[in-house]
Design a protein around this ligand. Structure first.
Ligand code: CUA
Length: 189
């Protein structure tokens, strides 16, 4: 490394120093670019922490409250939107087949009954963590009927890789017909 005092213009004298300086600028520029991309993604796509934290007691999920078994599945709200309530536990999701209508506002509300799980829905950007004690909530919309796989993506124990569910998106009218007959819907056979 050259001493700046003995070389007043090191950029011109020492090619090594010049290259080093250039790379320092490039490295700083890359850093600034990444921060800008992360900021843009966070603000533009709304990929931010939830504005409010909802808690739930994982020990009493099955006894009372929103996540008792009879309340799980898809429910039609007065405004026509659909709320899906489900839980993850070692090593399955309940319900194991989630039924939703296409082209409808869907709110997913999920939690874990034991350890940390996660899930993603294939073909979508839906990706949530399920943390015991907290309700994970997400609003989404499925454009067209079809089937998606829903995998746990958080290592949760020996049975982790077998923790799968399905998401079945059916036509809006067909869903409305089913919803007229059942309070909660799923596609578990
Ligand atoms: Cu649940 Cu991995």
């Amino acid at each position: 490394m050259t001493d700046a005092l003995s070389h007043p213009t090191p950029e011109q004298d020492d090619p090594g120093e010049r290259i080093e300086h250039r790379w320092a600028v490039v490295a700083a520029a890359i850093l600034v670019l990444f921060v800008a991309i992360a900021t843009f993604a966070g603000v533009y796509h709304g990929a931010m922490p939830q504005s409010q934290v909802e808690t739930v007691n994982p020990r009493t999920l099955h006894i009372d409250g929103e996540f008792i078994e009879s309340n799980l599945g898809s429910a039609v709200e007065p405004d026509g939107s659909v709320t899906v309530r489900a839980i993850g536990q070692q090593y399955s999701f309940t319900p194991s087949c989630i039924l939703v209508p296409s082209d409808t506002s869907i709110t997913l509300r999920m939690t874990s009954a034991d350890v940390v799980h996660g899930f993603l829905i294939s073909g979508t950007n839906i990706n949530l963590m399920l943390v015991p004690g907290y309700i994970s909530s997400l609003r989404t919309r499925f454009a067209a009927p079809g089937e998606h796989q829903m995998a746990c993506h958080e290592f949760c124990g020996v049975g982790h890789e077998g923790m799968w569910a399905r998401v079945k998106v059916v036509d809006k009218a067909a869903f409305a017909g089913l919803a007229a007959q059942h309070r909660r819907l799923s596609c578990v056979e």
